[in-house]
Ligand binder design. Structure first.
Ligand code: ATP
Ligand code: MG
Length: 96
């Protein structure tokens, strides 16, 4: 599953704009929060990883990343905004 431009997540809370990039296990999208039009980044598991048997474990890692970062407070570390589940995918957002 990959999210497409214009797609709404979280019951219309976010609208996907584009893919910003990806790394070893995640894909990061640019989206806007409809309520106020503020841009956010949303990271979820890469589509390449979603078909693998480790899918549940990888989702755990993605969630753990968010909770670990949420404990940090540093100008070079993003501030986690929200952790959420969209259909079968866990994701987390931050303001950009
Ligand atoms: N605020 C942003 N503006 C522009 N591009 C961004 C932004 N945040 C992330 N990216 C892009 O998204 C990619 C993924 O970034 P992110 O930090 O979310 O994951 P990663 O640590 O690089 O990858 P992984 O955790 O999957 O190994 C980055 O390489 C960058 O290209
Ligand atoms: Mg990383």
């Amino acid at each position: 599953m990959s999210w497409k431009k214009g797609q709404a997540l979280q019951n219309e809370k976010y609208i996907i704009q584009e893919v910003l990039g990806g790394g070893g296990f995640g894909v990061t999208y640019r989206a806007v929060e409809q309520r106020d039009g503020k841009p956010v980044a949303i990271k979820t598991l890469s589509p390449l990883r979603q078909d693998q048997p480790e899918f549940p474990k990888l989702q755990e890692k993605l969630i753990q990343e968010a909770f670990r970062l949420a404990k940090c407070s540093h100008s070079h570390i993003v501030e986690v905004y929200e952790v959420f589940q969209e259909a079968e995918l866990w994701a987390w957002s931050w303001n950009i």
